[in-house]
Design a protein around this ligand. Structure first.
Ligand SMILES: [Zn+2]
Length: 276
């Protein structure tokens, strides 16, 4: 559920508080979080590491350590992180890990569905890990409409499915794909490779606008997502298409419709986003 704007909000909230801090104590309370590795072994490896930077790539959160190692955190469906003074967080049956930092504060990881993962990578392993799995960062300067067009060329999959493919673009998910295509006025079932250049330009702009809107509102809280200081995101209050079935399109007044694309609930305006 957390997509690029949610993970970026987590990153930007944690980064100033965690940079330079050492992991004094690590408790991993759920074997699923680090499998196939042993929680005690992973915790032992993490203890003593000092955080150099907190970064993001796609939907992954990265704790970069001074040693050159990295801890890769993927929140998947329902993962979230809280940062608070040590011992100040209430008991939580869904807490899966706690890290005590050298300033006495805690970083607690909560995950109801337990699909989230923590993976410790050795120096040099991070870039190859991402190279196999992730395409361009949609908010990078180097990500142009031309590059998006190259990624979509020849693909018969619906444009929405192409946007959900992390190797096309890193960080898009079901919410922001619908929001991007509404902005682009492109039907989610259009074959990705059949878009005209001006339509690719619109998708490119729509993706960036939707993601920036999400970041500006600190993400969307539908169920579990919260910022590391415990606040809700506000993007859900400003969705243009996602989850708005039957409500009027903000541009034309036509009721938003729901369909399924790539197995995912998909919302669009049948007037603004037409199939040719
Ligand atoms: Zn419309």
């Amino acid at each position: 559920m957390p997509e690029l704007p949610e993970v970026e909000t987590v990153r930007s909230t944690l980064a100033p508080a965690l940079a330079g801090r050492r992991l004094d104590r690590v408790d991993i309370l759920d074997t699923r979080l680090v499998r196939p590795f042993e929680p005690l072994a992973v915790a032992g490896e993490l203890e003593g590491e000092r955080i150099d930077a907190v970064e993001r790539r796609g939907k992954y959160l990265i704790f970069r350590f001074e040693s050159g190692r990295s801890l890769l955190i993927h929140l998947r469906m329902t993962g979230s992180l809280r940062h608070a003074p040590g011992g100040s967080l209430a008991d939580d049956a869904h807490r899966r890990a706690v890290v005590r930092l050298d300033d006495g504060s805690d970083v607690a990881y909560r995950d109801v569905r337990r699909f989230g993962t923590w993976l410790l990578l050795e120096p040099g392993e991070l870039e190859p890990y991402f190279a196999k799995r992730l395409g361009a960062e949609p908010l990078d300067h180097g990500f142009t409409a031309k590059r998006l067009g190259e990624r979509l060329a020849g693909r018969r999959a619906p444009i929405k499915a192409a946007l959900l493919d992390q190797r096309t673009l890193a960080g898009m998910g079901n919410i922001y794909a619908d929001e991007a295509l509404w902005r682009a006025r492109i039907h989610p079932l259009r074959p990705a490779g059949a878009l005209a250049p001006d339509e690719v330009n619109r998708v490119h702009a729509g993706v960036r606008q939707a993601l920036k809107a999400g970041i500006a509102r600190q993400g969307a809280t539908l169920r579990d997502y919260a910022t590391p200081d415990g606040r809700r995101g506000r993007m859900q209050l400003e969705f243009k298409a996602y989850g708005r079935g039957g409500e009027p399109c903000e541009r034309c007044g036509t009721p938003i419709e729901r369909t399924r694309v790539a197995g995912r609930g998909t919302w669009y305006c049948p007037h603004c986003q037409r199939l040719p």
